[in-house]
Design a protein around this ligand. Sequence first.
Ligand SMILES: Cc1cc2nc3c(=O)[nH]c(=O)nc-3n(C[C@H](O)[C@H](O)[C@H](O)COP(=O)(O)O)c2cc1C
Length: 190
Amino acid sequence: MSEAGPNISAGAAQAVFEAMRKRRMHRVFTPDPVDEDILDRLVYAAGRAQTARPGIRHLVVANDERLVRTVRQACPGFVNNAPAVIVICSDLKRAEEQLGRRSAEDVTRLDAGAAAGYLTVAAPVLGIGVCIVTSWTEEVVRVIFDLPEHIRPEVMVAVGIPAANPPKAVKRFLPVVHRNGYGRPWKDSA
Ligand SMILES: Cc1cc2nc3c(=O)[nH]c(=O)nc-3n(C[C@H](O)[C@H](O)[C@H](O)COP(=O)(O)O)c2cc1C
């Protein structure tokens, strides 16, 4: 057994952690389109993320120039020049049938967040940049992507090839980590 555990080589484990280290939000992209096979791999990553119930997660992949331009114009929070967007959505009807209304409300948000996390880690491995965008108006996004009432857009992920010299990433935000309950630090600061 390797140090990384059964069936996972140390190199593979290293690659995953390296992708986590390298991942960041990009907001400046080259004008080049993103190859469809790259978009397919991002779709795979989003689909491999843990999901609360089958059939809840929907992804709308948009690489039509006019459509993406419309997103940029109609959503002022979409501050980037990405040529493609993946909209992570939830089927609220299906979620409610399986989880009840109150749980469905929370669980669908978590489900979309998991998909967004996987996309974010897959991106640097593929030489791609992504940016999670959540500041937009639901009604506007529904109209742009023809979403029926039971499909709620949760997260937009801008996708593109990062500019050669992108602006520096925002400083890393670290979680506060507690040991065995709130208030005792997981690690004593040196
Ligand atoms: C739930 C969530 C919502 C976010 N919404 C936006 C957004 O609307 N627009 C944006 O440019 N970035 C958004 N971000 C990206 C954060 O601003 C970014 O992750 C943070 O600044 C840290 O930068 P880094 O991811 O490059 O380390 C969001 C991130 C998360 C997790």
